[in-house]
Structure formats: structure tokens, C-alpha cells
Design a protein around this ligand. Sequence first.
Ligand code: KE4
Length: 433
Amino acid sequence: MELGFESEKDSRRNSKELFEQACGVMPGGVNSPVRACKSVGCDPLFIASAFGSRMASVEGREFIDYVLSWGPMLLGHADPVVGAAAKTALDAGASFGAPCPDEVRLALAIRRAMPSMEMVRMVNSGTEATMSAVRLARGFTKRDKIVKFEGCYHGHSDGFLAAAGSGLATLAIPGTPGVPADVVRHTLIAPYNDLQAVKDLFEAFGDEIACVIVEPVAGNMGCVLPAPGFLQGLREVTEQYGALLIFDEVITGFRVSYGGAQRRFGITPDLSCLGKIIGGGFPVGAYGGKREIMERIAPCGDVYQAGTLAGNPVAMAAGLATLQELEKRDYDALERRTSRFAEELASILGSKGLPTSLNHIASIFTLFFTDQKVVNFETAKTSDAEAFSRFYAGMREAGVNLAPSGFECVFTSFAHSDEDFEKTLQAASRVEV
Ligand code: KE4
């Protein structure tokens, strides 16, 4: 029988029934693969609402949330200031298909935080941002090849889906059908943190390489920090060969500092890509960089890129309110609290006999279940996936919502209280792993 929302009763249905219905009408029952929880062997929970650090499933079960919509909700869910800004914008009209003041205000706020982004173009997702930045790099340099890093994920545009990290790594698909070999032929892949491998690629293909695109802190093989000198080395080798350096700051932008990883590590990329936080939960991405490069983008230049809902007034208002709020917040205090929390979590799980390897920066961390230091995708893959699945299931049972993949991050927010952390640690101390 076709299940439907014929009656009020239906809307109170549980996640299991909703997932069954979803699977009949949406591939995998979800709109993004990792949400299906396949790699941890669970069915997804359907969420009815979220506020601050908490979210509630359709069954009314409450969870402390460390996914935060995969990063955007650094202020916490349903922040009242962001919500009010979005509602006011919505009451004035959802979309104009014409310029609006908040597009300019948000672009200026981004540039103030990240001065390397002399010009900014708004798009609707991180995928669009990175796809467009690479097209621009190719147009500007008149070169075709790109360098990316194994385990880094830059969204699902064709050229990147070769040994990508998030999603594909979890589903163990090293590339994907549907992408012509001709396209990924131009994609060169190096191990993260392996500067010599990058230099070797430039040695071999130097004048064909348009850009190096990198997550300055990797977040899609779990959290992996740049080795000392790695980012500076990328800056130098790209300058040496006339290639562009693109920072994919979709996760790190406004999270590892208000000025992103580029401010934290003191590296100036040629182009940067943003998403997640700058939309405050609405679909927003952006790319930007040096004026002479960005001015090659249509309509002032000849590199084409467009989008019906780019710069959407509601999303711009939410993003602007988010950045204005974040500018007032104490990132160092959140980093200290997150560090203490992550260290205590590691020691609790270590006391259960699990090997633990913690990577942490700002309000992001990943606890790998391995005795190796995790510095790239190879070492990330030594983490015990079965142990992670047991940990995930046990924590969800105890009311803690973690990312359903060992190749993702734990995100904290300015809404997480010490009580949230304490409850989470108590849950971890009871989990059978
Ligand atoms: P979106 O197209 O999903 O907005 O952004 C793609 C993207 C680009 N760059 C980085 C560094 C990213 O992390 C992402 C997307 N991140 C994943 C999870 N880490 C989104 C979750 C999902 O795919 O459902």
C-alpha cells in the first residue's frame, strides 16, 4: 500500500516508516548519500526540529548534535538572530532574480574576513563553488590539469570524483560510473601532506597544471591537519610554475578562525571556496580571490558561470546575520573547550582498550580508532571501522548524534554547553565498543 501523508496521524509516523516510504521515492531514501548511514549499518533518523545544540527526531527523541548539518550551524540550530533575519527577508519576497543589497553586504563581510577574496561570486553550494573556481583557474591559466589530494572532497563535480574522500571513501567507491575517463584524465592526485609528490607532479606536468586545490585542513577523511610547511610549500610550488592555489574552505571558512584557515596559517591562496557556515543553514556557496583572476568571470570576463538562485535574498540575509554574530564570538574559548572535551573523550575510549588517535583544531575533531598518527587518507583508513560503527550506534542510542561515518568530523558550536559535553562523555563511558 502506498504510504502517504493523508492524515495528521501520518505526520507523527516514526523514522522507520518514513525511511521505508522515502526509499520508494528517493534513491537510498535520502538526498545525500552519507545521510543514509549505510557505512555504520543503521537506518537514518528523521528529524523534526533542532534548536541550539539539540535536535529532535520525529519520534520526539532528543539528541545532542555534533553533525550541525555537516558544519554550517556554528552558532547552533535555529539561532534566533539568524532566523529573524531570514524571516524578515522572506516577508519581502523569496527571490528576485535581480541584485539585492544583502548580496553586496555579504560579499563585503566575506572580504573583510578574508582579504585575499578581493572579489566574490555567490553560488548555491560548495560543489558549485569549487567547480567554478577550477573552471576559472583553467580559463585564466589556459591549462587543463588540476592537482587534488587523496581523501579530500570538493563536492561532486565530475573532475573531482577520483579517489574523493567524503561519501565516496565511506562507500569505498574510488571514483564513480558516469564520469568520462577523459575528464578525470586531467585530475592528478597526490597523498595529503606529501609535498614531494606534488613537486614531482609539477616536475612532470608543470606547464599543464592550472591549479592545486586543497582542503587547508582536511575534513573528509576525518579531520587531518596540514603538516608544518605543507601549505607554504604548495604556495611556493604553484607560484614557481604559474599555477593557482585554491583553498577549499567550505568546512574551514569561518570555523577554524573567523578568517578561515588562510588567516590561521598565514597563507594567501589565489582563489578560495566557501559554503556551509556562510549560508547559516541556507544553500549558499561562494568563490573568490584576486581581482585580476575574478574579473575573468562573466559578465565582465569570458569564463562562464551562472545560477538562478545565486545571491538569493533570504539566504544572503541568513548568511550575513550569521557572520555578523560570529564576528562577536570567542573562537579561542570554543577551541579550548572543544580541546578538553575531545581529549577526555579520547581517554575514556582509550580506557576501554581502543587505540585512539585524535586530530583536533578549533571546533573540529576526529577520533580515529588506530594507533597510528593520521596524516593522510592511507593512515585514516587504518581506523577500525567496525569499532566506529559500534561507537556510533551506542552513542545514538544514548542520545548523541554523531556523523554516521568515520571519515567525517565532530563539530562543536557556540551553542554546546559544558552540560552537553559532560552528558556526551557519560554516554561514551557506558558505550560497548
Ligand atoms: P556541498 O556541495 O555539499 O555544499 O559542498 C561540497 C563540499 C566541498 N568542499 C568541502 C571541503 C566539503 O566538505 C564539501 C561537502 N562536505 C560534505 C561532508 N563533509 C557534505 C555532506 C554531504 O555530502 O551530504
